[in-house]
Ligand binder design. Structure first.
Ligand code: ATP
Length: 603
Protein backbone atom coordinates (compact mmCIF):
# COMPACT_ATOMS: atom_id res chain seq x y z
CA UNK A 1 0.00 0.00 0.00
CA UNK A 2 1.38 3.43 -0.87
CA UNK A 3 0.48 6.95 0.08
CA UNK A 4 0.55 9.86 -2.38
CA UNK A 5 4.14 10.68 -1.57
CA UNK A 6 5.14 7.16 -2.54
CA UNK A 7 5.91 6.15 1.03
CA UNK A 8 4.67 2.68 1.74
CA UNK A 9 2.28 2.92 4.62
CA UNK A 10 3.49 1.51 7.87
CA UNK A 11 1.98 -1.89 8.30
CA UNK A 12 -0.29 -2.19 11.30
CA UNK A 13 -0.08 -5.93 11.52
CA UNK A 14 -0.97 -7.76 14.63
CA UNK A 15 1.44 -10.06 16.26
CA UNK A 16 0.06 -13.44 15.26
CA UNK A 17 1.66 -16.77 14.53
CA UNK A 18 1.60 -16.15 10.78
CA UNK A 19 3.07 -12.67 11.29
CA UNK A 20 5.81 -14.21 13.39
CA UNK A 21 6.76 -16.13 10.26
CA UNK A 22 8.11 -12.83 9.00
CA UNK A 23 10.95 -13.17 11.44
CA UNK A 24 12.10 -16.11 9.31
CA UNK A 25 14.18 -13.74 7.24
CA UNK A 26 16.20 -12.99 10.38
CA UNK A 27 16.67 -16.72 10.83
CA UNK A 28 18.31 -16.86 7.41
CA UNK A 29 20.80 -14.17 8.34
CA UNK A 30 21.33 -15.65 11.77
CA UNK A 31 22.08 -19.11 10.37
CA UNK A 32 25.88 -18.70 10.07
CA UNK A 33 25.98 -17.68 13.73
CA UNK A 34 23.46 -20.22 15.01
CA UNK A 35 26.10 -22.05 17.10
CA UNK A 36 26.83 -18.90 19.08
CA UNK A 37 23.17 -18.03 19.34
CA UNK A 38 22.21 -21.46 20.65
CA UNK A 39 25.08 -21.39 23.13
CA UNK A 40 23.85 -17.98 24.30
CA UNK A 41 20.33 -19.32 24.79
CA UNK A 42 21.61 -22.32 26.77
CA UNK A 43 23.93 -20.19 28.90
CA UNK A 44 21.14 -17.74 29.56
CA UNK A 45 18.64 -20.43 30.60
CA UNK A 46 21.15 -22.18 32.86
CA UNK A 47 22.14 -18.87 34.41
CA UNK A 48 18.48 -18.14 35.17
CA UNK A 49 18.16 -21.57 36.80
CA UNK A 50 21.04 -20.58 39.06
CA UNK A 51 19.29 -17.25 39.61
CA UNK A 52 16.24 -19.12 40.87
CA UNK A 53 18.41 -20.97 43.36
CA UNK A 54 18.83 -17.62 45.08
CA UNK A 55 15.31 -17.36 46.61
CA UNK A 56 15.42 -21.09 47.25
CA UNK A 57 18.63 -20.90 49.26
CA UNK A 58 17.60 -17.63 50.87
CA UNK A 59 14.63 -19.52 52.33
CA UNK A 60 16.97 -22.12 53.83
CA UNK A 61 19.17 -19.35 55.21
CA UNK A 62 16.27 -17.71 57.02
CA UNK A 63 15.00 -21.02 58.35
CA UNK A 64 18.50 -21.81 59.64
CA UNK A 65 18.57 -18.50 61.52
CA UNK A 66 14.94 -18.14 62.67
CA UNK A 67 13.29 -21.28 64.00
CA UNK A 68 9.57 -21.24 63.22
CA UNK A 69 6.73 -23.55 64.25
CA UNK A 70 7.07 -25.62 61.08
CA UNK A 71 10.87 -26.14 61.18
CA UNK A 72 10.80 -27.02 64.85
CA UNK A 73 8.10 -29.58 64.17
CA UNK A 74 10.26 -31.01 61.36
CA UNK A 75 13.22 -31.44 63.72
CA UNK A 76 15.27 -28.31 62.90
CA UNK A 77 16.58 -26.57 59.76
CA UNK A 78 17.99 -28.63 56.86
CA UNK A 79 21.16 -26.53 56.46
CA UNK A 80 23.36 -24.37 58.65
CA UNK A 81 23.66 -20.59 58.19
CA UNK A 82 27.32 -20.84 57.09
CA UNK A 83 26.69 -23.71 54.70
CA UNK A 84 23.77 -21.96 53.02
CA UNK A 85 25.68 -18.68 52.71
CA UNK A 86 28.56 -20.54 51.03
CA UNK A 87 26.16 -22.22 48.60
CA UNK A 88 24.55 -18.87 47.86
CA UNK A 89 27.94 -17.31 47.08
CA UNK A 90 28.84 -20.21 44.79
CA UNK A 91 25.59 -20.04 42.83
CA UNK A 92 26.00 -16.30 42.41
CA UNK A 93 29.54 -16.80 41.07
CA UNK A 94 28.39 -19.44 38.57
CA UNK A 95 25.49 -17.23 37.54
CA UNK A 96 27.79 -14.26 36.94
CA UNK A 97 30.12 -16.29 34.70
CA UNK A 98 27.20 -17.71 32.71
CA UNK A 99 25.67 -14.23 32.34
CA UNK A 100 28.92 -12.92 30.90
CA UNK A 101 29.01 -15.58 28.21
CA UNK A 102 25.32 -15.46 27.38
CA UNK A 103 25.35 -11.68 27.08
CA UNK A 104 28.54 -11.65 24.98
CA UNK A 105 27.39 -14.46 22.68
CA UNK A 106 23.99 -12.85 22.14
CA UNK A 107 25.68 -9.61 21.19
CA UNK A 108 28.23 -11.32 19.00
CA UNK A 109 25.63 -13.27 17.03
CA UNK A 110 23.29 -10.25 16.88
CA UNK A 111 25.91 -7.74 15.73
CA UNK A 112 27.29 -10.10 13.06
CA UNK A 113 23.78 -10.81 11.78
CA UNK A 114 22.77 -7.17 11.59
CA UNK A 115 26.02 -6.11 9.92
CA UNK A 116 25.47 -8.77 7.28
CA UNK A 117 21.87 -7.74 6.81
CA UNK A 118 22.85 -4.06 6.54
CA UNK A 119 25.48 -4.88 3.95
CA UNK A 120 23.13 -7.05 1.89
CA UNK A 121 20.37 -4.47 2.09
CA UNK A 122 22.67 -1.68 0.89
CA UNK A 123 24.07 -3.78 -1.94
CA UNK A 124 20.55 -4.70 -2.95
CA UNK A 125 19.32 -1.12 -2.68
CA UNK A 126 21.93 0.37 -5.00
CA UNK A 127 21.38 -2.42 -7.52
CA UNK A 128 17.69 -1.66 -7.84
CA UNK A 129 16.50 -0.20 -11.16
CA UNK A 130 16.08 3.56 -11.63
CA UNK A 131 12.32 3.07 -11.68
CA UNK A 132 12.46 2.19 -7.99
CA UNK A 133 14.30 5.42 -7.12
CA UNK A 134 11.67 7.42 -8.98
CA UNK A 135 9.06 6.03 -6.61
CA UNK A 136 10.78 6.25 -3.24
CA UNK A 137 12.16 9.13 -1.30
CA UNK A 138 15.77 9.20 -0.16
CA UNK A 139 14.72 9.95 3.42
CA UNK A 140 12.51 6.90 3.52
CA UNK A 141 15.26 4.64 2.20
CA UNK A 142 17.90 5.95 4.58
CA UNK A 143 15.45 5.49 7.41
CA UNK A 144 15.10 1.83 6.46
CA UNK A 145 18.82 1.37 6.66
CA UNK A 146 19.05 3.13 10.01
CA UNK A 147 15.80 2.93 12.00
CA UNK A 148 14.47 -0.41 10.82
CA UNK A 149 17.81 -2.10 11.22
CA UNK A 150 18.26 -0.56 14.68
CA UNK A 151 14.98 -2.15 15.70
CA UNK A 152 16.14 -5.51 14.36
CA UNK A 153 19.43 -4.98 16.19
CA UNK A 154 17.53 -4.37 19.43
CA UNK A 155 15.42 -7.43 18.84
CA UNK A 156 18.41 -9.71 18.52
CA UNK A 157 20.59 -8.15 21.19
CA UNK A 158 18.13 -7.01 23.86
CA UNK A 159 14.66 -8.43 23.29
CA UNK A 160 15.53 -12.08 22.60
CA UNK A 161 17.74 -12.46 25.72
CA UNK A 162 15.01 -10.68 27.66
CA UNK A 163 12.36 -13.13 26.44
CA UNK A 164 14.51 -16.11 27.38
CA UNK A 165 15.44 -14.77 30.79
CA UNK A 166 11.94 -13.69 31.70
CA UNK A 167 10.39 -16.95 30.49
CA UNK A 168 12.87 -18.93 32.58
CA UNK A 169 12.10 -16.78 35.63
CA UNK A 170 8.37 -17.05 35.06
CA UNK A 171 8.32 -20.82 34.66
CA UNK A 172 10.93 -21.54 37.34
CA UNK A 173 9.38 -19.04 39.78
CA UNK A 174 5.91 -20.48 39.25
CA UNK A 175 7.18 -24.02 39.91
CA UNK A 176 8.96 -22.95 43.12
CA UNK A 177 5.98 -21.08 44.53
CA UNK A 178 3.60 -23.92 43.74
CA UNK A 179 5.91 -26.39 45.44
CA UNK A 180 6.43 -24.07 48.41
CA UNK A 181 2.77 -23.52 49.17
CA UNK A 182 0.04 -24.52 46.82
CA UNK A 183 -2.67 -22.65 48.74
CA UNK A 184 -0.72 -19.43 48.90
CA UNK A 185 0.06 -19.63 45.20
CA UNK A 186 -3.66 -19.95 44.43
CA UNK A 187 -4.24 -16.67 46.28
CA UNK A 188 -1.52 -15.04 44.26
CA UNK A 189 -2.63 -16.40 40.90
CA UNK A 190 -6.20 -15.34 41.68
CA UNK A 191 -5.18 -11.70 41.74
CA UNK A 192 -3.45 -11.92 38.35
CA UNK A 193 -6.26 -11.96 35.76
CA UNK A 194 -7.47 -8.45 36.63
CA UNK A 195 -3.94 -7.12 36.29
CA UNK A 196 -3.36 -8.83 32.97
CA UNK A 197 -6.68 -7.67 31.54
CA UNK A 198 -6.01 -4.03 32.40
CA UNK A 199 -2.47 -4.29 31.04
CA UNK A 200 -3.74 -5.68 27.73
CA UNK A 201 -6.35 -2.94 27.33
CA UNK A 202 -3.89 -0.17 28.13
CA UNK A 203 -1.17 -1.83 26.09
CA UNK A 204 -3.30 -1.70 22.96
CA UNK A 205 -3.85 2.03 23.22
CA UNK A 206 -0.23 2.67 24.11
CA UNK A 207 0.96 0.71 21.09
CA UNK A 208 -1.35 2.62 18.78
CA UNK A 209 -0.14 5.96 20.09
CA UNK A 210 3.51 5.03 20.01
CA UNK A 211 3.25 3.70 16.47
CA UNK A 212 1.72 6.99 15.38
CA UNK A 213 4.48 8.89 17.20
CA UNK A 214 7.08 6.75 15.45
CA UNK A 215 5.59 7.53 12.04
CA UNK A 216 5.40 11.23 12.82
CA UNK A 217 9.03 11.26 13.88
CA UNK A 218 10.04 9.43 10.70
CA UNK A 219 8.15 11.98 8.62
CA UNK A 220 10.00 14.83 10.34
CA UNK A 221 13.33 13.07 9.74
CA UNK A 222 12.50 12.92 6.05
CA UNK A 223 12.01 16.68 6.13
CA UNK A 224 15.45 17.18 7.68
CA UNK A 225 17.14 14.92 5.13
CA UNK A 226 15.41 16.62 2.23
CA UNK A 227 16.12 20.17 3.38
CA UNK A 228 19.77 19.38 4.07
CA UNK A 229 20.12 17.80 0.66
CA UNK A 230 18.54 20.81 -0.96
CA UNK A 231 20.14 23.38 1.36
CA UNK A 232 21.13 25.52 -1.63
CA UNK A 233 17.48 25.90 -2.61
CA UNK A 234 16.40 26.53 0.96
CA UNK A 235 18.92 29.36 1.31
CA UNK A 236 18.45 30.79 -2.16
CA UNK A 237 14.73 31.18 -1.53
CA UNK A 238 15.34 32.34 2.09
CA UNK A 239 13.01 29.58 3.14
CA UNK A 240 14.80 28.83 6.43
CA UNK A 241 11.80 30.19 8.33
CA UNK A 242 9.34 28.18 6.26
CA UNK A 243 11.30 24.95 6.68
CA UNK A 244 11.80 25.53 10.41
CA UNK A 245 8.07 26.13 10.71
CA UNK A 246 7.28 22.95 8.77
CA UNK A 247 9.69 20.89 10.87
CA UNK A 248 8.45 22.55 14.08
CA UNK A 249 4.85 21.72 13.15
CA UNK A 250 5.73 18.09 12.55
CA UNK A 251 7.64 17.95 15.83
CA UNK A 252 4.70 19.44 17.73
CA UNK A 253 2.39 16.79 16.26
CA UNK A 254 4.88 14.17 17.34
CA UNK A 255 5.15 15.67 20.81
CA UNK A 256 1.39 15.68 21.31
CA UNK A 257 1.17 12.01 20.36
CA UNK A 258 4.27 11.08 22.37
CA UNK A 259 2.87 12.80 25.46
CA UNK A 260 -0.47 11.06 25.04
CA UNK A 261 1.35 7.77 24.89
CA UNK A 262 3.45 8.82 27.91
CA UNK A 263 0.31 9.57 29.96
CA UNK A 264 -1.15 6.18 29.12
CA UNK A 265 2.13 4.51 29.93
CA UNK A 266 2.41 6.36 33.26
CA UNK A 267 -1.13 5.35 34.17
CA UNK A 268 -0.39 1.75 33.27
CA UNK A 269 2.82 1.72 35.28
CA UNK A 270 1.16 3.12 38.39
CA UNK A 271 -1.71 0.70 38.04
CA UNK A 272 0.62 -2.25 37.60
CA UNK A 273 2.69 -1.22 40.60
CA UNK A 274 -0.45 -0.77 42.65
CA UNK A 275 -1.72 -4.14 41.48
CA UNK A 276 1.54 -5.95 42.14
CA UNK A 277 2.06 -4.44 45.57
CA UNK A 278 -1.63 -4.97 46.32
CA UNK A 279 -1.44 -8.65 45.51
CA UNK A 280 1.79 -8.85 47.47
CA UNK A 281 0.01 -7.42 50.49
CA UNK A 282 -2.68 -10.05 50.03
CA UNK A 283 -0.04 -12.77 49.80
CA UNK A 284 1.78 -11.41 52.87
CA UNK A 285 -1.40 -11.36 54.91
CA UNK A 286 -2.41 -14.88 53.94
CA UNK A 287 1.15 -16.13 54.32
CA UNK A 288 1.37 -14.65 57.82
CA UNK A 289 -1.79 -16.52 58.76
CA UNK A 290 -0.31 -19.77 57.41
CA UNK A 291 2.84 -19.10 59.46
CA UNK A 292 0.69 -18.64 62.58
CA UNK A 293 -0.94 -22.03 62.02
CA UNK A 294 2.49 -23.63 61.43
CA UNK A 295 1.78 -24.51 57.82
CA UNK A 296 4.54 -22.24 56.48
CA UNK A 297 8.03 -21.57 57.81
CA UNK A 298 9.66 -18.11 57.79
CA UNK A 299 12.08 -19.26 55.12
CA UNK A 300 9.29 -20.58 52.89
CA UNK A 301 7.47 -17.31 53.27
CA UNK A 302 10.58 -15.39 52.22
CA UNK A 303 11.13 -17.77 49.31
CA UNK A 304 7.56 -17.30 48.24
CA UNK A 305 7.75 -13.51 48.32
CA UNK A 306 11.04 -13.45 46.38
CA UNK A 307 9.64 -15.73 43.69
CA UNK A 308 6.41 -13.76 43.47
CA UNK A 309 8.51 -10.70 42.68
CA UNK A 310 10.37 -12.62 39.97
CA UNK A 311 7.13 -13.86 38.45
CA UNK A 312 5.48 -10.41 38.69
CA UNK A 313 8.52 -8.74 37.09
CA UNK A 314 8.51 -11.31 34.27
CA UNK A 315 4.80 -10.85 33.56
CA UNK A 316 5.02 -7.06 33.44
CA UNK A 317 8.13 -7.14 31.23
CA UNK A 318 6.23 -9.22 28.68
CA UNK A 319 4.01 -6.25 27.88
CA UNK A 320 7.12 -4.27 26.89
CA UNK A 321 8.57 -7.22 24.99
CA UNK A 322 5.30 -7.66 23.14
CA UNK A 323 5.19 -4.06 21.96
CA UNK A 324 8.86 -4.20 20.91
CA UNK A 325 8.18 -7.39 18.98
CA UNK A 326 5.32 -5.74 17.18
CA UNK A 327 7.42 -2.73 16.19
CA UNK A 328 10.21 -4.97 15.00
CA UNK A 329 7.72 -6.96 12.99
CA UNK A 330 6.92 -3.81 10.98
CA UNK A 331 10.65 -3.19 10.47
CA UNK A 332 11.31 -6.78 9.41
CA UNK A 333 8.45 -6.65 6.99
CA UNK A 334 9.75 -3.45 5.38
CA UNK A 335 13.25 -4.89 5.10
CA UNK A 336 11.88 -8.07 3.57
CA UNK A 337 9.85 -6.06 1.05
CA UNK A 338 12.94 -4.17 0.03
CA UNK A 339 14.97 -7.35 -0.36
CA UNK A 340 12.19 -8.79 -2.52
CA UNK A 341 12.31 -5.89 -4.98
CA UNK A 342 13.79 -7.25 -8.20
CA UNK A 343 17.34 -6.06 -8.84
CA UNK A 344 18.86 -5.01 -12.13
CA UNK A 345 20.45 -8.15 -13.55
CA UNK A 346 24.17 -8.71 -14.19
CA UNK A 347 25.66 -5.40 -13.25
CA UNK A 348 29.30 -6.34 -13.23
CA UNK A 349 31.39 -6.79 -16.33
CA UNK A 350 33.99 -9.54 -16.41
CA UNK A 351 37.49 -9.09 -17.85
CA UNK A 352 36.48 -11.17 -20.87
CA UNK A 353 33.32 -9.17 -21.56
CA UNK A 354 33.25 -7.93 -25.17
CA UNK A 355 34.59 -4.42 -25.62
CA UNK A 356 32.16 -2.31 -27.63
CA UNK A 357 33.43 -0.46 -30.70
CA UNK A 358 30.85 2.24 -30.07
CA UNK A 359 28.27 1.85 -32.80
CA UNK A 360 24.85 2.75 -31.45
CA UNK A 361 21.53 2.50 -33.21
CA UNK A 362 17.98 3.26 -32.14
CA UNK A 363 15.19 1.81 -34.28
CA UNK A 364 11.71 3.23 -33.96
CA UNK A 365 12.10 3.44 -30.24
CA UNK A 366 9.23 4.57 -28.00
CA UNK A 367 9.14 4.98 -24.28
CA UNK A 368 7.04 6.15 -21.35
CA UNK A 369 8.02 6.22 -17.70
CA UNK A 370 6.50 3.37 -15.69
CA UNK A 371 5.41 5.93 -13.10
CA UNK A 372 3.54 7.98 -15.73
CA UNK A 373 2.09 5.49 -18.20
CA UNK A 374 -0.24 8.09 -19.70
CA UNK A 375 2.58 10.27 -21.01
CA UNK A 376 4.50 9.09 -24.10
CA UNK A 377 7.94 10.65 -23.59
CA UNK A 378 9.72 9.33 -26.69
CA UNK A 379 7.98 8.23 -29.86
CA UNK A 380 9.43 6.54 -32.92
CA UNK A 381 13.02 7.60 -32.36
CA UNK A 382 15.37 6.31 -35.06
CA UNK A 383 19.01 7.36 -35.07
CA UNK A 384 22.38 5.89 -35.76
CA UNK A 385 25.86 6.75 -34.54
CA UNK A 386 28.88 5.12 -36.16
CA UNK A 387 31.84 4.41 -33.95
CA UNK A 388 33.63 7.66 -33.11
CA UNK A 389 30.86 10.01 -34.27
CA UNK A 390 29.72 13.04 -32.32
CA UNK A 391 25.97 13.19 -32.02
CA UNK A 392 24.30 16.26 -30.60
CA UNK A 393 20.85 16.23 -29.05
CA UNK A 394 19.09 19.55 -28.88
CA UNK A 395 15.56 20.65 -28.23
CA UNK A 396 13.41 22.58 -25.81
CA UNK A 397 13.15 21.64 -22.17
CA UNK A 398 11.09 18.51 -21.62
CA UNK A 399 11.64 17.30 -25.19
CA UNK A 400 13.06 14.01 -23.91
CA UNK A 401 16.83 14.47 -24.26
CA UNK A 402 17.72 13.22 -20.78
CA UNK A 403 15.25 10.36 -21.18
CA UNK A 404 16.95 9.34 -24.41
CA UNK A 405 20.36 9.09 -22.76
CA UNK A 406 18.81 7.19 -19.82
CA UNK A 407 17.70 4.62 -22.38
CA UNK A 408 21.21 4.47 -23.85
CA UNK A 409 22.51 3.78 -20.35
CA UNK A 410 19.75 1.17 -20.09
CA UNK A 411 18.29 2.67 -16.95
CA UNK A 412 14.91 1.77 -18.42
CA UNK A 413 13.69 -0.66 -21.06
CA UNK A 414 12.11 0.88 -24.17
CA UNK A 415 8.43 0.21 -24.59
CA UNK A 416 8.83 -0.69 -28.25
CA UNK A 417 11.53 -0.49 -30.89
CA UNK A 418 15.12 -1.57 -30.62
CA UNK A 419 18.38 -0.38 -29.19
CA UNK A 420 21.51 -1.86 -30.79
CA UNK A 421 25.15 -1.74 -29.85
CA UNK A 422 27.65 -2.77 -32.56
CA UNK A 423 24.71 -4.10 -34.64
CA UNK A 424 23.55 -6.46 -31.89
CA UNK A 425 20.44 -5.86 -29.78
CA UNK A 426 21.16 -4.41 -26.35
CA UNK A 427 19.64 -7.51 -24.79
CA UNK A 428 22.54 -9.56 -26.18
CA UNK A 429 24.80 -7.83 -23.65
CA UNK A 430 24.51 -7.74 -19.89
CA UNK A 431 23.94 -4.36 -18.27
CA UNK A 432 27.46 -4.48 -16.90
CA UNK A 433 28.90 -5.10 -20.36
CA UNK A 434 27.32 -2.06 -21.98
CA UNK A 435 27.66 0.28 -18.99
CA UNK A 436 31.32 -0.60 -18.53
CA UNK A 437 31.97 0.77 -22.05
CA UNK A 438 30.18 4.02 -21.34
CA UNK A 439 30.85 7.12 -19.30
CA UNK A 440 28.62 9.95 -18.27
CA UNK A 441 29.67 13.54 -17.69
CA UNK A 442 26.57 15.00 -16.08
CA UNK A 443 25.42 18.57 -15.98
CA UNK A 444 25.54 18.77 -12.22
CA UNK A 445 28.69 16.98 -11.15
CA UNK A 446 28.38 15.23 -7.83
CA UNK A 447 31.66 14.82 -6.03
CA UNK A 448 31.82 12.26 -3.28
CA UNK A 449 33.19 13.12 0.13
CA UNK A 450 36.82 12.10 -0.34
CA UNK A 451 39.97 13.44 -1.95
CA UNK A 452 40.30 14.75 -5.51
CA UNK A 453 42.27 11.59 -6.28
CA UNK A 454 39.41 9.37 -5.00
CA UNK A 455 36.94 11.30 -7.07
CA UNK A 456 38.94 10.85 -10.28
CA UNK A 457 39.61 7.18 -9.49
CA UNK A 458 35.85 6.67 -9.27
CA UNK A 459 35.93 6.36 -13.08
CA UNK A 460 37.87 3.15 -12.71
CA UNK A 461 38.41 1.94 -9.15
CA UNK A 462 41.79 0.26 -8.94
CA UNK A 463 43.52 2.54 -11.48
CA UNK A 464 47.20 3.19 -10.78
CA UNK A 465 48.56 6.52 -9.54
CA UNK A 466 50.15 7.24 -12.94
CA UNK A 467 46.91 6.58 -14.76
CA UNK A 468 45.04 8.92 -12.41
CA UNK A 469 47.64 11.66 -12.84
CA UNK A 470 47.64 11.20 -16.62
CA UNK A 471 43.84 11.55 -16.74
CA UNK A 472 44.03 14.60 -14.47
CA UNK A 473 46.63 16.24 -16.73
CA UNK A 474 44.64 15.62 -19.88
CA UNK A 475 41.48 16.99 -18.24
CA UNK A 476 43.30 20.16 -17.14
CA UNK A 477 42.80 19.25 -13.49
CA UNK A 478 46.48 19.12 -12.75
CA UNK A 479 47.03 22.87 -12.77
CA UNK A 480 44.48 23.57 -10.02
CA UNK A 481 44.91 20.32 -8.07
CA UNK A 482 48.70 20.69 -7.77
CA UNK A 483 48.30 24.28 -6.58
CA UNK A 484 46.15 23.26 -3.61
CA UNK A 485 48.16 22.89 -0.36
CA UNK A 486 47.35 19.21 -0.11
CA UNK A 487 47.30 18.57 -3.85
CA UNK A 488 45.35 15.54 -4.94
CA UNK A 489 44.76 14.64 -1.30
CA UNK A 490 42.57 17.71 -0.80
CA UNK A 491 39.22 16.60 0.51
CA UNK A 492 36.17 17.81 -1.33
CA UNK A 493 32.91 18.19 0.58
CA UNK A 494 29.86 16.04 0.28
CA UNK A 495 28.96 17.84 -2.90
CA UNK A 496 32.38 19.23 -3.64
CA UNK A 497 31.55 22.69 -2.37
CA UNK A 498 35.15 23.73 -2.12
CA UNK A 499 35.67 23.37 -5.89
CA UNK A 500 34.30 25.76 -8.46
CA UNK A 501 31.78 24.58 -11.05
CA UNK A 502 34.44 24.54 -13.77
CA UNK A 503 36.88 22.59 -11.58
CA UNK A 504 34.22 20.08 -10.71
CA UNK A 505 33.52 19.58 -14.36
CA UNK A 506 37.17 18.97 -15.09
CA UNK A 507 37.25 16.35 -12.34
CA UNK A 508 34.25 14.70 -14.04
CA UNK A 509 36.08 14.79 -17.37
CA UNK A 510 39.18 13.25 -15.79
CA UNK A 511 36.96 10.56 -14.29
CA UNK A 512 35.52 9.79 -17.74
CA UNK A 513 39.01 9.82 -19.34
CA UNK A 514 40.23 7.31 -16.81
CA UNK A 515 37.30 5.07 -17.63
CA UNK A 516 38.28 5.27 -21.31
CA UNK A 517 34.81 4.48 -22.62
CA UNK A 518 33.82 3.65 -26.20
CA UNK A 519 30.63 5.65 -25.76
CA UNK A 520 30.46 8.94 -23.98
CA UNK A 521 27.40 10.80 -22.78
CA UNK A 522 27.83 14.43 -22.05
CA UNK A 523 25.13 16.58 -20.54
CA UNK A 524 26.53 19.99 -21.17
CA UNK A 525 26.50 22.35 -18.22
CA UNK A 526 24.09 25.22 -18.66
CA UNK A 527 25.86 27.55 -16.26
CA UNK A 528 28.21 29.83 -18.07
CA UNK A 529 31.78 30.00 -16.90
CA UNK A 530 34.39 32.69 -17.31
CA UNK A 531 36.16 32.42 -20.62
CA UNK A 532 39.37 31.02 -19.15
CA UNK A 533 37.67 28.06 -17.42
CA UNK A 534 35.45 27.67 -20.44
CA UNK A 535 38.44 27.25 -22.74
CA UNK A 536 40.13 24.86 -20.27
CA UNK A 537 36.97 22.77 -20.24
CA UNK A 538 36.58 22.87 -24.01
CA UNK A 539 40.18 21.70 -24.40
CA UNK A 540 39.61 18.89 -21.92
CA UNK A 541 36.40 17.91 -23.64
CA UNK A 542 38.07 17.85 -27.04
CA UNK A 543 40.61 15.38 -25.62
CA UNK A 544 37.84 13.32 -24.09
CA UNK A 545 35.67 13.17 -27.19
CA UNK A 546 38.51 12.12 -29.46
CA UNK A 547 37.90 8.72 -31.00
CA UNK A 548 34.74 7.97 -29.02
CA UNK A 549 31.11 7.82 -29.97
CA UNK A 550 29.58 10.69 -28.10
CA UNK A 551 26.09 11.86 -27.37
CA UNK A 552 26.06 15.47 -26.31
CA UNK A 553 23.00 17.11 -24.81
CA UNK A 554 23.79 20.62 -25.95
CA UNK A 555 22.31 23.70 -24.39
CA UNK A 556 24.60 26.16 -26.15
CA UNK A 557 24.43 25.54 -29.86
CA UNK A 558 27.86 27.13 -30.34
CA UNK A 559 29.50 24.06 -28.84
CA UNK A 560 28.09 21.58 -31.35
CA UNK A 561 28.91 23.22 -34.64
CA UNK A 562 31.25 20.47 -35.59
CA UNK A 563 29.06 17.59 -34.47
CA UNK A 564 28.72 14.87 -37.09
CA UNK A 565 24.96 14.98 -36.74
CA UNK A 566 22.49 17.00 -34.76
CA UNK A 567 19.11 15.56 -33.76
CA UNK A 568 16.49 18.08 -32.81
CA UNK A 569 13.92 16.61 -30.42
CA UNK A 570 10.54 18.15 -29.92
CA UNK A 571 7.72 16.64 -27.90
CA UNK A 572 9.46 13.27 -27.79
CA UNK A 573 9.95 12.98 -31.57
CA UNK A 574 12.84 13.77 -33.84
CA UNK A 575 11.78 17.00 -35.52
CA UNK A 576 14.83 17.18 -37.80
CA UNK A 577 18.43 16.06 -38.10
CA UNK A 578 21.56 16.99 -40.02
CA UNK A 579 24.76 18.94 -39.60
CA UNK A 580 24.87 22.46 -38.26
CA UNK A 581 25.24 23.87 -41.75
CA UNK A 582 22.35 21.81 -43.14
CA UNK A 583 20.02 22.70 -40.30
CA UNK A 584 20.74 26.40 -40.26
CA UNK A 585 20.08 26.47 -43.97
CA UNK A 586 16.41 25.57 -43.41
CA UNK A 587 14.60 28.84 -42.90
CA UNK A 588 11.56 27.27 -41.18
CA UNK A 589 13.43 24.66 -39.16
CA UNK A 590 13.23 24.24 -35.37
CA UNK A 591 17.02 24.29 -35.13
CA UNK A 592 17.19 27.49 -37.07
CA UNK A 593 14.63 29.03 -34.70
CA UNK A 594 16.54 27.87 -31.60
CA UNK A 595 19.74 29.07 -33.19
CA UNK A 596 18.36 32.52 -33.93
CA UNK A 597 17.00 32.78 -30.38
CA UNK A 598 20.36 32.19 -28.79
CA UNK A 599 22.85 34.93 -28.54
CA UNK A 600 25.72 33.00 -29.99
CA UNK A 601 28.99 34.16 -28.47
CA UNK A 602 30.80 32.67 -31.44
CA UNK A 603 29.30 35.19 -33.82
P1 ATP B 1 15.69 19.41 -20.02
O1 ATP B 1 16.40 20.02 -21.15
O2 ATP B 1 14.82 20.39 -19.30
O3 ATP B 1 16.52 18.59 -19.12
P2 ATP B 1 14.79 17.04 -21.44
O4 ATP B 1 14.65 17.26 -22.88
O5 ATP B 1 16.02 16.37 -20.99
O6 ATP B 1 14.56 18.39 -20.65
P3 ATP B 1 13.41 14.90 -20.09
O7 ATP B 1 14.04 15.17 -18.77
O8 ATP B 1 13.87 13.74 -20.85
O9 ATP B 1 13.50 16.21 -21.00
O10 ATP B 1 11.85 14.80 -19.86
C1 ATP B 1 10.93 14.43 -20.87
C2 ATP B 1 9.56 14.24 -20.24
O11 ATP B 1 9.58 13.13 -19.37
C3 ATP B 1 9.09 15.43 -19.42
O12 ATP B 1 7.71 15.62 -19.70
C4 ATP B 1 9.26 14.99 -18.00
O13 ATP B 1 8.26 15.52 -17.18
C5 ATP B 1 9.12 13.47 -18.08
N1 ATP B 1 9.99 12.80 -17.11
C6 ATP B 1 11.32 12.96 -16.95
N2 ATP B 1 11.81 12.14 -15.99
C7 ATP B 1 10.76 11.42 -15.52
C8 ATP B 1 10.59 10.40 -14.53
N3 ATP B 1 11.62 9.93 -13.81
N4 ATP B 1 9.37 9.91 -14.32
C9 ATP B 1 8.30 10.38 -15.02
N5 ATP B 1 8.40 11.31 -15.96
C10 ATP B 1 9.58 11.86 -16.24
Amino acid sequence: MESDAGIPEKPTRRLSLSALGDFRILGEYLRPHRGRFTAAIVASSVSMAFGLLFPFLAGFLIDAAVPSAKTTAAGGPALTVGGTALLLTLTLAVQAVLMFFSSYWFQQAGECTVVRLRETLYRHLISLPMEFFGKHRVGELTSRLSTDLSLIHDLLIHVTPQIIRQTALLVGGAVIITLTSFRLSLVMVGSFPVLVLVAILFGKRIRKASRLAQDQLAESTTTVVETLQGIVNVKAFSNEGFESGRYGGQLRDYLATALRSARLRAALISFVILGIIGSLVLVLWYGARLMQTGELSAGEMARFVFCTMFVGGAVSSFAEVFSLLQRTLGATERVRELLNEPQEPELTATPDSPRLRGEVELRDLSFRYPSRPDLPVLQGITMKAHAGEKIALVGPSGAGKSTLVSLLLRFYEPESGELLFDNRPASAYTLGETRSCMALVPQEVLLFGGSIRDNIAYGRPGASEEEILEAARRANCHEFASRLPEGYDTLVGERGVQLSGGQRQRVAIARALLRDPAILILDEATSSLDSESESLIQQALATLLEGRTSFIIAHRLSTIRNADRIYVLEGGRIAESGTHAELTARPEGVYRRLHDLQVDPGQ
